[in-house]
Structures are given as structure tokens and as C-alpha cells.
Design a protein around this ligand. Structure first.
Ligand SMILES: C[S@@+](CC[C@H](N)C(=O)[O-])C[C@H]1O[C@@H](n2cnc3c(N)ncnc32)[C@H](O)[C@@H]1O
Length: 218
């Protein structure tokens, strides 16, 4: 059973209903001028279905996968209550249950980053396999230098567990990518990619959070 199932969703936490602002703006920018009914979007690590609800409402054909049974059950119920449809599967991103060349866009919002770099490599192979030629991946990953990992013990390359920050401690193993890690993951698999490091500072210029926003094209 996954740590997200036991520590988070089964306790009724993070059963979010509304999409993240970055997903909304990324999807609107990506789909501008295109016929949504023809576009297939997969969210990996789709959690409670909050982003899928938005995608389905906006007329995309959408699919999601997550390791958590409770999150998937919530997602299916939440969408069906509003008469919306999505192909939601229980499973691991490392073994996607869809055929090659199925999707136009894959969204990863802070899901893949909750795995070790060694486990992320095959997940990216799977994402590339299910994307159509010309398909795109939009990914948000935690960045090296984020305050959550600073005082913690590294378990494996740039990955930490047992955080003192309660938000991170319930999520289990978390990988914080530096620029070299991002290039290692994206350069060999995608035709081109753009990455931006989004750092949020306190009024006293202390780092509150650090994340990568990555857009990759096949
Ligand atoms: C921070 S939550 C994000 C949920 C959703 N993407 C969002 O933006 O609200 C991370 C999600 O990724 C899922 N996850 C992490 N690793 C996974 C894996 N290897 N396979 C499937 N799901 C995974 C977790 O179960 C959890 O639901």
C-alpha cells in the first residue's frame, strides 16, 4: 500500500476539489486554438481528481493514474456527480496501462517528484511511450535548495524521507532535482524542453519554496 494512501487520503486529507492554478494556465496555453474534443490528456499521480475534474469540464478527453485506492474512488465519485468522465486507473506511473502513442499531453504536478531518481527514469520512459509524436509533458518538480530538505538526511541521490516539516513527512520519499538532474531526465528523451525554477521568497528574502516548471516536447 502506498504512503499516500495510508498517511494522506485514507485519513481524509488532500481530497482536493479544485485544480491547481498552474495546471489551469498551462492547459489553457497549451490548448489555445485547438479542438479540445480531439485532445487526449493524461495526468500521472492524479490524486483526488481535482485537476481531472477541470480537464473533463473543459471538454478534453482525459485519463489519470494514481497508486491510491481512496484517491481514485474520490476522483471517480467527484467527476460522476457532475456528469463528467475520465479514464481513472489504479497503478504505478512506471507501468502505464495505456498503449503507445495515446496522449497529446501528460501532466505531472508534483507526483513523479515523490519517487527516487532511479525510479523516476523508467516513469519518464513510460510517459514518452504513451505520448503521440509531437506530444508534450508539463511537469512540476521540487527543486534542490527547497527549505524542506535542508536539515534532513539524504536517503538516496537528492531524495529525503522523515521530514520535520509535517506537510512533507506525510508524503514520504521526495526527490529535489538540481539543474543537472533535470537535464539527465529530459535531454535524452525529448526533442527540446524548457525549465524554469520558481523560487518564492519571504519578505526578508528567505526561500519559502523552490520548484521546477518543465515543459518538454517530443
Ligand atoms: C502531491 S500529490 C499531487 C496530486 C495531484 N497531481 C494534484 O496536483 O493535486 C502526489 C500524487 O502522486 C501520486 N503518486 C506518487 N508516486 C506515484 C507513482 N509512482 N505512481 C502513481 N501515483 C503516484 C500520489 O499517490 C499522490 O496522489
Amino acid at each position: 500500500m502506498s504512503i499516500w494512501e495510508t498517511n494522506v487520503y485514507a485519513k481524509g486529507r488532500q481530497l482536493n476539489r479544485y485544480p491547481y492554478d498552474s495546471v489551469v494556465s498551462d492547459v489553457f496555453r497549451w490548448s489555445s486554438g485547438r479542438d479540445r474534443a480531439d485532445l487526449r490528456v493524461l495526468e500521472v499521480g492524479s490524486g483526488s481528481g481535482n485537476n481531472l475534474w477541470f480537464l473533463a469540464r473543459e471538454g478534453f478527453q482525459c485519463a489519470g493514474i494514481d497508486l491510491s485506492k481512496t484517491a481514485n474512488k474520490h476522483a471517480k465519485k467527484y467527476l460522476s456527480e457532475d456528469g463528467l468522465e475520465a479514464d481513472i486507473r489504479l497503478g504505478n506511473i512506471a507501468d502505464l496501462p495505456w498503449e503507445d502513442n495515446t496522449f497529446d499531453l501528460v501532466i505531472d504536478r508534483i507526483a513523479i517528484t515523490h519517487n527516487s531518481l532511479a525510479d523516476i527514469e523508467p516513469m519518464h520512459d513510460e510517459v514518452v511511450r504513451v505520448l503521440r509524436p509531437g506530444g508534450e509533458l508539463i511537469s512540476v518538480m521540487l527543486a534542490w535548495g527547497h527549505p524542506a530538505h535542508r536539515a534532513e538526511v539524504e536517503v538516496t541521490h537528492h531524495a529525503f524521507d522523515h521530514f520535520s516539516d509535517p506537510i512533507f513527512s506525510e508524503a514520504g520519499l521526495t526527490f529535489f532535482a538540481d539543474r543537472e538532474d533535470i537535464y539527465q531526465l529530459f535531454e535524452k528523451r525529448f526533442d527540446r524542453f524548457e525549465c524554469k525554477k520558481m523560487v518564492s521568497l519571504s519578505e526578508f528574502d528567505q526561500v519559502n519554496s523552490a520548484m521546477w516548471h518543465i515543459h518538454a516536447w517530443l
